[in-house]
Design a protein around this ligand. Structure first.
Ligand SMILES: CC(C)(COP(=O)(O)OP(=O)(O)OC[C@H]1O[C@@H](n2cnc3c(N)ncnc32)[C@H](O)[C@@H]1OP(=O)(O)O)[C@@H](O)C(=O)NCCC(=O)NCCS
Length: 166
């Protein structure tokens, strides 16, 4: 990651059960309806499609995380959050790039997600990573009520002639 603001000492690694309390603390500061610690545990231990990664500093403190499912040729991004004091350091961008690269490596063809229509920060993050709006789910979210934008990004790499890179 070539970015001055993303400190060299930040590492992205698979999330572990011992990270759940710290992730839940960030989650609670990030959403009106946060995932429970039990949800993180389920995703980490019971869900074969789940891939969760944490961004940690050089003291192994969790600064952010991303939760995804990799199902056949689709990467679905379920959750991403960064600790409020560490936002705007390109940590979320690095987490996204990490899972997109992993999904491409696993031959996934598309990445998808839902985002609140009012979540300008997240929408700016995703558009900056090349996601495009491909759908809308009206009144999808509660507390507060909001529509979901469905965003997608093709993971198929094309060469200069528009042909699929093999
Ligand atoms: C959305 C979120 C994950 C972004 O994390 P982050 O680490 O601060 O984001 P990054 O620093 O990687 O931002 C990358 C780019 O996204 C855009 N962006 C991020 N936050 C933004 C904000 N508050 N306002 C406008 N653009 C923003 C910018 O283009 C930014 O690049 P720039 O800083 O060079 O302008 C973070 O705000 C968060 O945890 N929010 C609460 C949880 C949430 O809403 N998750 C998304 C659910 S779909």
């Amino acid at each position: 990651m070539e970015d001055d603001r993303l400190l060299n000492s930040i590492t992205i690694r698979p999330m572990q059960e011992s990270d759940i309390d710290a992730a839940f603390a960030i989650e609670s500061q990030s959403y009106s309806l946060p995932w429970s610690a039990k949800s993180f545990r389920y995703e980490l231990t019971q869900s074969p499609a789940s891939r969760l990664f944490a961004a940690v500093d050089d003291h192994n403190e969790i600064l952010g995380y991303i939760a995804t499912w990799l199902i056949e040729d689709e990467l679905h991004i379920n959750n991403i959050a960064v600790s409020p004091p560490h936002r705007r350091r390109h940590i979320a961008a690095a987490l996204l790039e990490h899972v997109l690269a992993g999904a491409r490596h696993a031959s996934a063809k598309i990445a998808t997600l839902e985002v609140r229509r009012s979540n300008e920060a997240a929408i700016a993050l995703y558009l900056g990573q090349g996601f495009l709006q491909t759908g809308l789910r009206p009144v999808y979210y509660q507390d507060p009520t909001d529509d979901a934008l469905i965003l997608s990004k093709s993971l198929i790499e094309l060469d200069n002639n528009g042909r699929r890179r093999l």
